[in-house]
Design a protein around this ligand. Structure first.
Ligand SMILES: [Zn+2]
Length: 148
């Protein structure tokens, strides 16, 4: 029997099974703004030059970091650019990261690379050491929330 709008909604809504990937994407206790970056990258919902170009927005695309001209793309900024490869390598080599941190670490790396990009876009600078430090601090913060 339906006796409220929420219960009616539960009766008529179509539920899909939660995919393994989406389940892995969200780390409990990780700050939403950080967790959300993985979804935004996956769905290409960040205003990167390649995304804007696909939307029909004409733009001259040049990576702000590389000395050799490169197009600013999601893949370049988050995976291929020298800075990004360093960030991924440092934490890939830290094989003792376990548990929820294995799940959260890639998301936190994306978040910090995104923060760095926005800092540079707005005229600031952010060293590799600062990015690596902030990633560690995000992991420490997550540990404190998970294991108070
Ligand atoms: Zn570049």
């Amino acid at each position: 029997m339906v006796n409220s709008v929420p219960s009616a909604w539960e009766k008529i809504r179509k539920k899909n099974e939660v995919s393994w990937f989406y389940h892995q994407m969200w780390t409990k206790k990780l700050q939403f703004k950080i967790a959300f970056i993985l979804w935004r990258v996956w769905k290409q919902k960040l205003p990167m030059d390649d995304v804007l170009a696909r939307m029909g927005i004409s733009i001259v695309s040049i990576c702000r970091y590389c000395s050799q001209p490169q197009q600013e793309t999601l893949e370049h900024i988050f995976l291929a650019e020298d800075y990004a490869t360093t960030v991924w390598k440092v934490f890939t080599d830290a094989a003792d990261i376990q548990g929820p941190f294995v799940q959260a670490a890639p998301t936190i790396r994306l978040w910090q690379l995104w923060k760095r990009m926005n800092t540079v876009v707005h005229g600031g600078t952010m060293s590799k050491a600062k990015v690596l430090y902030d990633i560690n601090m995000n992991l420490v913060q997550l540990a404190k929330l998970k294991y108070p």
